[in-house]
Design a protein around this ligand. Structure first.
Ligand code: EPZ
Length: 421
């Protein structure tokens, strides 16, 4: 299995350009199943998750080609099957996002029940609740889940999401765009990726209002047409590089950012004393201009502090003076990186969904594992400041969600290499 070897790297410096957002491009691709005409998505990041979803969609009948780097043409003239390929599907749980489009276009969908992962059970009950509110019947068997629309197709309805689930909001929105009548999603997720998907669907002829707020109204239309759309920059990759400047006390110019999407991260880093300036080319982050101090973090659905930045931020907090508290309210098991940071001398204590980080630590390089995509990034950040060498295994997680990860860090002066076992 591949590993990263990371050496203590001193302050990083230079500039980095953020790629298209993983968590926006996946729903945009799935939405390509809704139109008979071709849709084109630009600034698509080269990620394993994108490749897996391409394969899932091609098995369903979509014709997909990449005429140049970062450009994806999706042409779903007809859906060939409404049953997802189980083996492919299992590689990435976000494949569940094809369920809404299949239901909308073909009136049925049969998917393997997506497994949980290291950060939580990742249920899909809210997705299925939404489909039922649109008139579908849903059935969960031991290994798969099936949804079938009524004879005349889905009918607009109202659904209240018990939790503002990102995936459920996206799946229900995509199911509703071709339904008869109007759908309301209450307590909807407000993430920028939801807004990007609504913008894409509206360019295809959908009639969606309220994306980015807690109530989304979707008026069903007869059919959707093709369009061209550029995916938004990745706010989580942006936060990761902001923290790379902070933890190494370096200074980085981050380009291709939407600063509105990272407001909580800007606020929290400024509380610690990190300099963050919004400049014409993007965002300038300097972690070295003064002694940095502790802060407390509580993850929340957008616009709160993003759960995906919790573990990278925790790595940073181990190095600042003072005690920090971190609360993880979105996922039930997202502290798997704590044991790995403690192997490096962080001495973090956890109690359920809360963690206390003593801070002021000089981390020591060790053999650690990437327990999920973002925890992997956290371990790389820790390795940049730990004494000696840090060997990070299970890095396939990182390949899933960060484009040109090693090249971007080396471009900033990081000493990091990938070794294949
Ligand atoms: C999306 O996952 C992201 N993935 C995650 O990013 C991100 O952490 C998460 O949103 C929260 O922001 C993609 O967009 C592909 P949720 P998703 O449904 O949609 C519970 C990364 O590292 N829930 O908002 O699966 C669920 O258990 C990944 O890029 C239900 O109870 O997240 C969790 O506790 C990790 N029932 C909470 O909601 C449901 O039907 C948030 O999940 C659905 C979700």
């Amino acid at each position: 299995m591949a590993k990263y070897l990371v050496q203590k790297s001193g302050p990083l410096s230079g500039e980095v350009t953020i790629s298209g957002a993983k968590n926006a491009v996946l729903p945009l691709m799935a939405a390509g199943l809704l139109a008979e005409e071709q849709t084109t998505i630009k600034d698509v990041p080269a990620l394993r998750d994108v490749n897996v979803l391409m394969e899932v969609m091609m098995k369903l009948g979509a014709e997909i080609d990449m005429p140049e780097e970062g450009v994806l043409n999706i042409h779903t003239k007809e859906i060939q099957t409404t049953e997802a390929d189980f083996d492919l599907f299992k590689k990435m749980r976000a494949s569940i996002l094809v369920m809404g489009p299949l239901l909308a276009r073909e009136g049925k969908a049969r998917m393997p029940l997506p497994g949980g992962c290291s950060i939580g059970a990742r249920p899909i009950d809210l997705h299925l609740k939404g489909f039922r509110q649109l008139g579908a019947t849903t059935e969960v068997k031991d290994t798969y889940v099936e949804a079938v629309a009524p004879e005349g197709g889905l009918v607009g309805g109202s659904v209240y999401l018990d939790f503002p689930s990102v995936g459920a909001t996206e799946n229900i929105m995509m199911a509703a765009v071709l339904a008869q009548g109007t759908t309301y999603i209450e307590n909807a997720a407000e993430e920028p990726e939801i807004v990007d998907l609504a913008n894409f669907l509206n360019k295809m002829g959908a009639r969606i209002k309220g994306a980015g707020t807690d109530t989304i109204k979707i008026e069903g239309v007869e059919h959707l047409k093709g369009t061209v759309h550029r995916v938004i920059p990745d706010r989580i990759e942006t936060g990761t590089f902001m923290l790379a400047a902070a933890i190494t006390r370096g200074e980085i110019l981050i380009k291709n950012v939407v600063t509105d999407h990272v407001k909580p991260i800007i606020a929290k880093l400024r509380e610690c004393g990190v300099q963050v300036e919004l400049v014409d080319e993007g965002m300038y982050v300097n972690g070295g201009n003064k002694a940095l101090t502790a802060t407390d973090i509580k993850t929340l659905p957008y616009p709160g502090f993003p759960t995906d930045i919790q573990s990278p931020f925790m790595a940073f907090l181990t190095t600042v003076e003072g005690e920090s508290q971190v609360q993880e309210t979105v996922f039930e098991n997202r502290f798997m990186h704590v044991a790995e940071l403690n192997r490096m001398g962080a001495n973090i204590k956890t109690d359920g969904r809360s963690a206390v980080i003593p801070g002021g630590k000089q981390l020591v390089g060790s053999q650690v594992i990437a327990t999920d995509l973002r925890a992997g990034a956290a371990m790389v950040l820790a390795g940049l400041v730990a004494e000696g060498t840090t060997e990070i295994s299970e890095i396939y997680h990182i390949d899933r969600g960060y484009e040109k990860f090693v090249e971007k860090f080396r471009g900033l002066g990081a000493t990091i290499i990938r070794i294949e076992d």
